[in-house]
Design a protein around this ligand. Structure first.
Ligand SMILES: Cc1ncc(C[n+]2csc(CCOP(=O)(O)OP(=O)(O)O)c2C)c(N)n1
Ligand SMILES: [Mg+2]
Length: 1013
């Protein structure tokens, strides 16, 4: 495809935009040609161009790093000449043909780096002479003889050829035949010799060795020959998209791998037959289900059948390199096939799901609320090289892509298995694989959030292999309506992740894609994206008629042979198999499925129940107290700094006192109680992972679990330095959805660890609503997942406005049922301490939601003493400590959280001895027993009031009300005090807040406002 050379409106070529151009790829300097300042150094224009380009980029970034000669050259406009000389040599404009035969060897300097216009590898400049201008200039004789003149005329042609080769590496994917349905590749203007002013004739006359110095000896091949090979490499069934990577070492490595072709070895005939067998099984299962269970949803894989053999190879590659776990995340598409062929679910088990007596509309045969069959997870084992590779498919909700961070979290937890507490995760042991839909990958924000976590220290898993199972449609939506990018994978470009697009109808290329991805992960421990471009043979689910919405495409698809047919035809052509063998292979698969089906129909149906509660003895620690000596040891460790460490003096004035102040009666605040709880758990060998925005210091500067040397910024984590289990405390990226998903996954995979996530303010947790609804609150019921993830959510009406006030307690309470999680609102540091420890020690584990304090962090009344940590445990309900006589109490106010201090601290509280104010510290499971006991203490009770600072339609009211009614004797009226129903949770003005808060408190205490004087 010959493209006309584009014309450009040239922006001024200033140093600033030169920086842009320098980083924007090979074609961009063309834009910069408006202001021509031509150097007369022809040599500089051509062979030296790549080096000069690198120097220019360095100049644009950091002029001080260059020698004065280079700076001078660029300052006086030499840059423009260089850019022009590099890409569009003068001679080209005139169309002047080369009039000398092209045979002269390139000068030595060209051998090193003239082959590509790409920036030199990172280590290359060091290998070059420090001032290359001088030696290069020295190569030019003062009097040019005819040989030299011929050489100088050759150099621009070499430059043009090098630019074209580079264009193939960068843009070849736009010529690649990656669409099985045969759509025309979009092409790219630079993939035409004419773009660079060269021609087949010129390229045919140039020796390849002049421009291609890598990948061996080119003999007497011409550049045209080499380009043909490169065209086959870069524009075949795989499109390699690396031009967006800015790490030269990585890109060079990728180019070398791709051009050497080691990921595409010649398969033996028996390997090919085995591959065909696997493809036939994949297709056979879908076709069998299609015919036998007509119209039932299964979200067939057909059109992307190669996914199954690709996963086979990936698992083998993991096993061969010593890994022991693969964690898979995927959506509905192809899941039944992966469950059977990748995870090892037997055909019998699968078919009984379709045959089961209670099987209705895709509902799995479990009582009640278990999940549909294509959402379930599974675990299988593959034997590779004599060792087991465990393969886990994470269960997932319908919500596309939300399982991504969950899988990564699981992988990270498994990477710590059996390691010492100080060790970094073992990236090679566990490989996460995420399969995405083409529509979902491009459009669901959680994809970007997950990609963004990949290289962060606290979230790194050493690379995820992403496979976009690209069927070129999302339900009924065409790509043109579903994304603003050319490829579905384009988001990954922003993260510098290598991407390859592969035609799902070329089985061997698909396997090559996996080989390259795995080799890359082994080498760089980084993410890799495979865009597996196929099609969807049927409708979105098998009941849909796709031709209603995609009539043209489905005419094509109906006429299109399956990959099984295409590959078997190819193998028959090549003599690797014959027609009869192919027919036998297919028949055997269908026969096997029929036989299994007969057996399933004959046998009694197996009726599953809800996921079993873990077969372990429940543990609910009676006491969570910690001996004073242990607390003292932890206390000491928190202030035990290395000699060389200089803490911030102001901070140290508070923290440094801890050692001398230690005593049983010492008051402790929240941050300190938390530190002591963490320390005690670490000493009990319970690992802790604690993340969230700014958690190392704490949003309210109350934690300081990570200290920074005030001289050099070095970090020190006293609790981690204390001997004990692994402690990870990471400031998270600014995300809620993906990071909560990650922690959920981590907590599911790590049996013993305490996993905590803290919101900056509780309000922000609703960004992650999907994670809470779909995983945290229902993962156990749907999939049998156990998690002890604890969410710490700062909550409370403190006059900060509609935001920063509410963690939406009501939403969590609404989700509570069947003992699925715990919701607490502790009001003292000691309660917080015991609650954290109880959460860590209790089994079976449950997620926990904690409304945490803001102003209470430093409230003089919200303190505890050290001795309160040494015994007892988390109390579900706290009685009023100020009550003088139980007989006197006629009004009991029950509340949760911070409003307690507002009520007790009210100026008129002292004059109301008949009122007791008690705290409900555990909201779910609802503390019926503790409340009954509390109510029994007041023989003369006449009224009970539930008081909350939240509006009536928020907070605990609607949840607590009916449960409280069941506890409070019928004869005693139950009232409430709350803000009126509101659309927005809190007041924006401080004065309005104060008035509303006062009204709630007065109502709770049962008194009228005093008239203003
Ligand atoms: C978060 C979310 N929004 C909407 C849907 C409904 N939905 C189910 S499948 C689908 C299309 C998905 O297209 P794609 O990602 O290309 O996957 P494919 O089904 O084509 O494999 C949609 C919109 C969903 N499951 N999840
Ligand atoms: Mg799709």
């Amino acid at each position: 495809m010959i493209q006309a050379r584009p014309t450009h409106t040239n922006p001024p070529c200033t140093k600033e935009n030169a920086v842009l151009y320098a980083s924007a790829g090979a074609e961009t300097p063309l834009h910069c040609l408006g202001h021509r300042t031509v150097t007369d150094d022809t040599l500089f224009d051509s062979l030296n161009a790549a080096y000069a380009q690198a120097m220019f980029e360095e100049y644009a970034r950091n002029p001080e790093a260059l020698s004065p000669e280079w700076c001078k050259l660029f300052e006086n406009g030499g840059s423009l000449a260089m850019a022009e000389g590099l890409f569009v040599p003068e001679q080209m404009d005139t169309g002047r043909p080369l009039d000398e035969p092209v045979a002269a060897p390139a000068p030595p300097v060209a051998q090193t780096w003239a082959a590509t216009t790409a920036p030199a590898p990172a280590d290359l400049p060091a290998a070059l002479p420090p001032k290359p201008l001088t030696p290069v200039a020295a190569l030019i004789p003062s009097q040019l003889d005819s040989d030299s003149q011929a050489l100088l005329r050759l150099l621009p042609a070499v430059s043009r050829a090098a630019a074209l080769i580079q264009a193939f590496r960068d843009h070849g994917h736009r010529l690649a035949a990656v669409d099985p349905l045969g759509s025309e590749p979009p092409g790219h203007p630079q993939l035409s010799p004419a773009f660079f002013g060269t021609s087949q004739e010129e390229l045919g006359a140039l020796p390849a060795s002049l421009v291609l110095t890598e990948n061996g000896d080119h003999g007497d091949r011409s550049v045209a020959d080499a380009l043909k090979d490169l065209g086959e490499v870069y524009a075949g069934s795989i499109g390699y998209e690396f031009e967006h990577l800015d790490d030269h070492v990585t890109v060079n490595w990728l180019w070398q791998q791709v051009e050497a072709g080691s990921h595409l070895p010649e398969l033996t005939a028996s390997d090919r037959r085995a591959l065909l067998q696997r493809i036939s099984e994949t297709e056979g299962l879908e076709q069998f289900l299609h015919r036998t269970y007509l119209g039932q949803k299964r979200f067939s894989i057909e059109g992307n059948d190669m996914l199954v053999p690709m996963l086979d190879l990936l698992i083998e590659e993991v096993g061969r390199s010593g890994g022991h776990d693969v964690v898979l995340g995927m959506a509905h598409r192809g899941r039944l096939n992966v469950l059977t062929h990748t995870l090892g679910l037997s055909y019998g088990e699968l078919l009984s799901e379709f045959e089961g007596p209670s099987f209705k509309g895709g509902q799995l045969d479990v009582a009640g609320t278990g999940d549909v069959k294509y959402h379930h997870g599974a675990r299988g084992t593959r034997r590779v090289n004599g060792a087991d590779v465990r393969v886990t498919l994470a269960p997932n909700p319908s919500h596309l892509e939300f399982v991504n961070p969950v899988v990564i979290g699981m992988a990270r937890a498994l990477q710590f298995e059996n390691l010492d507490e100080g060790a970094e995760p073992d990236f090679d042991s566990v490989v996460p694989v995420l399969m995405h839909g083409d529509a979902a990958f491009a459009a669901e924000g959680v994809v970007a959030e997950t990609l963004n976590m990949a290289r962060l220290h606290g979230y790194n898993v050493g690379g995820t292999i992403h496979v976009i199972v690209n069927n070129q449609v999302g339900f009924t939506t065409d790509p043109r309506d579903g994304r603003s990018t050319h490829y579905s994978s384009d988001l990954a470009k922003g993260y510098g992740i290598p991407i390859i697009h592969v035609n799902a109808d070329d089985p061997e290329a698909c396997l090559g894609a996996i080989r390259l991805a795995m080799a890359f992960r082994r080498e760089f421990h980084d993410d890799f994206v495979i865009d597996l471009v196929g099609y969807r043979r049927h409708g979105h689910n098998e009941g849909d008629e796709p031709a209603y919405t995609q009539p043209v495409k489905y005419r094509k698809i109906t006429a299109h042979q399956t990959v099984q047919e295409l590959y078997s035809a190819r193998l028959i052509d090549e003599g690797a198999i014959n027609d009869a063998q192919v027919a036998d292979m297919r028949a055997a698969i269908i026969d096997q499925l029929r036989e299994v089906q007969d057996n399933v129909r004959k046998s009694d149906p197996v009726v599953d129940d809800e996921p079993d509660e873990k077969q372990e003895v429940p543990v609910v620690p009676e006491s969570t107290g910690v001996a004073l000596e242990v607390l003292e040891r932890i206390n000491k460790a928190t202030v035990d700094l290395p000699d060389s460490f200089t803490p911030h003096p102001k901070l140290w004035r508070q923290l440094g006192r801890r050692e001398s102040d230690f005593s049983p009666n010492r008051t402790i605040d929240w941050g300190y109680a938390e530190t002591l709880a963490f320390g005690s758990l670490l000493l009990e060998d319970i690992p802790i992972r604690f993340t969230g925005q700014d958690v190392q210091r704490g949003t309210f500067s109350h934690r300081h679990v990570v200290l920074h040397d005030s001289k050099n910024g070095d970090e020190f984590v006293p609790l981690a330095a204390m001997a004990g289990a692994r402690l990870e405390v990471h400031n998270s990226p600014l995300s809620e959805t993906a990071v909560i998903g990650f922690e959920y996954g981590y907590s599911v995979a790590a049996d013993n660890d305490v996993v905590l996530w803290e919101a900056q303010f509780g309000d922000f947790v609703n960004v992650a609503q999907v994670m809470i609804d779909q995983f945290l609150s229902s993962g156990l019921t749907k999939w049998g997942q156990y998690s002890r993830l604890t969410l710490l959510l700062p909550h409370g009406h403190e006059g900060q406005g509609p935001e920063h006030s509410s963690a939406r307690l009501e939403r969590f309470l609404q989700l509570c049922a069947e003992d699925n999680m715990r919701v607490t609102y502790p009001t003292t540091p000691a309660q917080y301490f015991h609650m954290l420890r109880r959460q860590a020690l209790r089994r079976p584990e449950r997620p926990m939601i904690v409304m945490t304090p803001k102003s209470l962090l430093r409230h003089p009344k919200a303190t505890s003493t050290m001795s309160e940590l040494t015994e007892g445990g988390f109390k579900h309900v706290l009685d009023d400590p100020t009550t003088e006589s139980l007989d006197q109490i006629t009004r009991l106010v029950l509340c949760s959280g911070k409003v307690y201090y507002d009520i007790q601290g009210h100026s008129r509280r002292a004059g109301l001895p008949h009122v007791a104010v008690a705290r409900v510290e555990l909201l779910y499971p609802f503390p019926t027993e503790a409340l009954t006991a509390l109510l029994g203490r007041f023989p003369n009770l006449k009224e009970v009031v539930w008081a909350q600072e939240e509006p009536r339609n928020m907070g605990g009211l609607t949840f607590v009300g009916p449960r409280l009614r069941a506890v409070v004797p019928r004869k005693i009226p139950l009232a409430y005090a709350a803000r009126p129903e509101r659309a927005s949770p809190a007041e924006g003005r401080a004065s309005n807040h104060a008035a509303a808060q006062e009204a709630v408190i007065l109502e709770a205490l049962g008194i009228e406002a005093e008239d203003a004087e």
